[in-house]
Design a protein around this ligand. Structure first.
Ligand SMILES: Cc1ncc(COP(=O)(O)O)c(C=O)c1O
Length: 392
């Protein structure tokens, strides 16, 4: 006999990206050179003014608890940034600073869900959404989306059809991991209409908002109408935009009634996000945007190289990613399930790709490639893939 472990906890699953990396580590230990298109984090350095501000914060003794909603100076910098970059007009009381968007999302789930509440997760989805919903006692409901020429699009009617009396929220991720899509205003309005009709929360994950390429524009769903603003809670972070993944700094932007609840949960679960990093984040918003621009330009070149290389492979369709640093390539059903294809490419060619099945059953027959890696690595990876594919 041993004491019972939480059922919520046991209902959660693991990460395919981590599992693929572990399998690659074992091959690397045997001498295989690995090309990693799996990892979802920038390979760039943190902008120097941000590191300098962190060092200064340590030297000035800023390592104390701060307000659980976040440092006032940082919240003011976020308010300015969101207004000028994303047309989101809120004041500091709407901002709750968290440990990355993981922290923001799990705080939001706890704030809006009661046991048994359903959350609609637009599929293909980033895996942790379902796990976070379960860990908060909720029930994730994946809703598969259609494709047009290999490109996933959001069809609001499908979301509406999945709503039940238990539905409490819809998770919307734009720019959209793993698809590389940036949702259009029409798609967002469609989702917002469903949320309004059924009085649902919209949980908007905007962590890739800075990684949008020419011809596309990031639109926050909270900006599509006053009603959408009143029911949207945004989760975002500095991880992807400022190459600060390990610094763990994110935030929620919440409607008036929800922000104090988020602050309370943030307080109970973490006390506050790390103070030193909060000081560094102020510098990111003040001096970091030119560095973000440089990174975006480099990602765009990489994106072009990845899409070009993949589309040269017979049977593969890779729509040009509009945002994020992911390309999602459709592969022929005749090749078998995406997990088997990804395993074969790893074991025989030393290339890590994430199988589409990690993002929901409707995304099998797709492979996700992260282009957060150098052009040189991309060229090597494309050579290997072009030698190994098509599968017969
Ligand atoms: C869609 C999406 N949301 C959230 C996150 C979490 O990012 P962080 O907690 O570093 O802000 C990731 C990371 O890969 C992601 O892809």
């Amino acid at each position: 006999m041993s004491p019972k472990i939480s059922e919520f906890a046991q209902s959660t699953g693991g990460s395919t990206v981590v599992a693929m990396r572990r399998a690659a580590d074992a091959l690397e230990a045997k001498g295989m050179k690995i090309v990693d298109f799996g990892v979802g984090e920038p390979d760039f350095d943190v902008p120097p003014p941000v590191s300098e501000a962190a060092i200064q914060a340590i030297q000035q003794g800023h390592g104390k608890y701060v307000d659980p909603a976040g440092l006032l100076e940082l919240r003011a910098a976020i308010v300015d940034y969101e207004r000028t970059r994303h047309r989101i007009k809120v004041d500091s009381s709407a901002i709750v600073v968290t440990n990355g968007s993981y922290g923001a999302l799990s705080t939001i789930m706890r704030a809006v869900l009661d046991p048994g509440d359903e959350v609609i997760v637009i599929e293909p989805f980033w895996g942790p959404y379902r796990q976070m919903v379960k860990l908060s006692g909720g029930v994730p409901v994946g809703v598969a989306m259609p494709t047009v020429e290999g490109r996933f699009i959001v069809e609001a009617d499908r979301i509406a059809a999945a709503v039940t009396p238990k539905t409490r929220a819809i998770i919307v991720n734009t720019p959209w991991n793993p698809t590389g899509r940036v949702l259009s205003r029409d798609e967002l309005v469609g989702i917002a209409d469903v949320a309004e009709k059924h009085d649902l929360w919209i949980i908007a994950d905007e962590v890739y908002s800075e990684l949008v390429y020419e011809g596309s524009e990031h639109i926050s769903i909270s900006s599509v109408s006053p009603d959408a603003a009143s029911r949207t809670v945004i989760a975002t972070s500095l991880s992807k935009s400022f190459a600060m993944t390990g610094w763990r700094l994110g935030y929620c932007i919440a409607p008036e009634a929800l922000a104090p609840v988020l602050t309370k949960i943030n307080h109970i679960t973490t006390r506050c996000a790390a103070s030193i990093i909060q000081y560094a984040a102020v510098a990111a918003f003040e001096y970091g945007l030119p560095f973000v621009e440089e990174m975006r330009n480099e990602y765009m070149e990489r994106r072009n190289a990845v899409a070009r290389g993949l589309n040269q492979i017979e049977g593969v369709i890779c729509p040009l990613p509009e945002g994020t640093f992911y390309a999602l390539a459709q592969i022929p059903e005749a090749w078998g399930g995406s997990k088997a294809v990804a395993d074969k490419l790893l074991n025989e060619s030393g290339v890590i790709l994430t199988p589409g099945s990690a993002y929901g059953a409707s995304c099998d027959h797709y492979l996700r490639l992260s282009f957060a890696t150098s052009l040189e690595t991309i060229a090597e990876g494309m050579n290997r893939l072009q030698r190994a594919l098509p599968l017969s």
